[in-house]
Design a protein around this ligand. Structure first.
Ligand SMILES: *Cc1c(COP(=O)(O)O)cnc(C)c1O
Length: 402
């Protein structure tokens, strides 16, 4: 579909690190070493016949950058190769990907079930935007398999989950939910932004569609927004997503696609180092006097540690949450304001470490009851761990919570 790269190399056989650096490379006749940015809206044809054939699909020729662009294709092909997906579409943001994956395939009367602890934008789309069009939506506690069994004992059209959940880092059993979803006649969509494509491969676990906010680990350097939808489901891609994408217009810009192509090259190195730092900091936080409790899937104290290890490549991920001692907001603010290295910021997956207080930032819109149902207490803090020297990060956290 988006594959304009008539490549004879057997990229599928390459190992992950090679795919990330060289996959999807579509060099022009100039032989440029770094991927080219095709900053163009439209494309010229050699003849009127060629123009006609491009529109009928008889020949493979780009026609308009809302539909496809060579730099965007390089990003799509590289990411698809990484996931082992037949199809990838790149979008302007993670939320564009979430909305298009759902809206392109659903109609009035359809039923959607989602895990309760969702990113704010995902919660808005499922709880507010889709119901306006007559789509029935409901939420379950994602880590409770009995709740899934109950909810999926009646037919469903789509199931939407995020795991690990933000910010409590609960884990959802992707393989089990995939099986229940398929029995109920629906498609499982996994928002994989938190785990990143390095640690978790939802298609291999039975999911039908993967969503990314490429803004998070994939860029990982605080620069551009981006998103992606990946799937092996040909009819979803060709009959539903593709016409929706082309006509609604959520396309990724060629410049941002180029930034993301270059970002994929270092993704594995960054996520590996971030995860190592995260595990070390999770253990270290458990020893700090100012910390009440640490939530990290890589710790044996995490209630779903075994499941996390199985489905996340033996890693706990790059995000650690913890409850600070004291009386909530006031003491958390005092601690955060002492940090000299770790930024107070609500992004995640970045190579700079960042810390946020969910109650007053990312989850501020929710009521106290809604936050309590999601396990977000006033003393909960979320730390996205970067690639800085681990000793400097420990010293910084000691300054705040020691
Ligand atoms: C950030 C995020 C999104 C939205 O992505 P944007 O690129 O900000 O639009 C969706 N889901 C999850 C889990 C996220 O963390």
């Amino acid at each position: 579909m988006s594959n304009k790269n008539e490549n004879t190399k057997d990229e599928n056989k390459w190992r992950q690190s090679t795919k990330l650096v060289r996959g999807g490379l579509d060099r022009s006749h100039h032989g440029e070493l770094s991927e080219a940015i095709y900053m163009t809206q439209a494309y010229a044809y050699d003849s009127a016949e060629q123009a006609e054939q491009s529109f009928t699909g008889e020949i493979d020729h780009y026609v308009y950058s809302r539909y496809g662009n060579p730099t965007v294709s390089m990003f799509e092909n590289r990411l698809a190769l990484l996931e082992g997906a037949d199809h990838c579409r790149a979008l302007a943001s993670g939320m564009a990907a979430v909305y298009c994956a759902l809206a392109s395939q659903l109609k009035a009367g359809d039923r959607v079930v989602a895990s309760r602890a969702l990113f704010g934008g995902c919660e808005y789309v499922i709880n507010t935007a889709l119901p306006k069009f007559g789509i029935k939506t409901e939420f379950v506690d994602g880590s409770d398999l009995d709740a899934w069994k109950e909810a999926l004992s009646t037919p469903v059209d789509a199931v939407f989950i995020e795991t690990p959940a933000n910010p409590t880092l609960e884990i959802i059993d992707i393989a089990a939910v995939a099986e229940l979803t398929h029995k109920a006649g629906g498609k499982l969509i996994v928002d994989n932004a938190f785990a990143s494509p390095i640690l978790q491969k939802p298609l291999e676990l039975g999911a039908d569609i993967i969503i990314y906010s490429a803004t998070k680990h994939i860029d990982g350097q605080g620069r551009v927004l981006g998103g992606a939808i990946l799937s092996n489901d040909k009819s979803f891609i060709e009959d539903e997503l593709q016409p929706f994408y082309r006509n609604v217009g959520p396309s990724l810009s060629p410049f941002n696609a180029w930034v993301l192509v270059k970002s994929l090259e270092t993704l594995e190195l960054r996520v590996t180092r971030q995860s190592e730092n995260a595990l070390a900091l999770a253990k270290f936080l458990e020893t700090l006097p100012g910390v009440e409790r640490v939530f990290y899937p890589g710790l044996t104290s995490h209630p779903q540690h075994d499941l996390a290890m199985k489905q996340m490549s033996g890693s706990g991920g790059t995000v650690v949450s913890f409850e600070a001692k004291g009386n909530g907001k006031q003491d958390v603010f005092k601690a955060l304001n002492k940090l000299q290295i770790i930024d107070i910021a609500n992004n995640l997956g970045d190579l700079k470490s960042m810390i946020t207080h969910p109650q007053t930032t990312t989850h501020q819109r929710l009521s106290d009851d809604e936050r309590a149902a999601m396990g977000i207490s006033p003393s909960l803090v979320r730390l996205s761990v970067g690639i800085e020297d681990i000793e400097d990060l420990k010293e910084d956290l000691t300054r705040a919570l020691g």
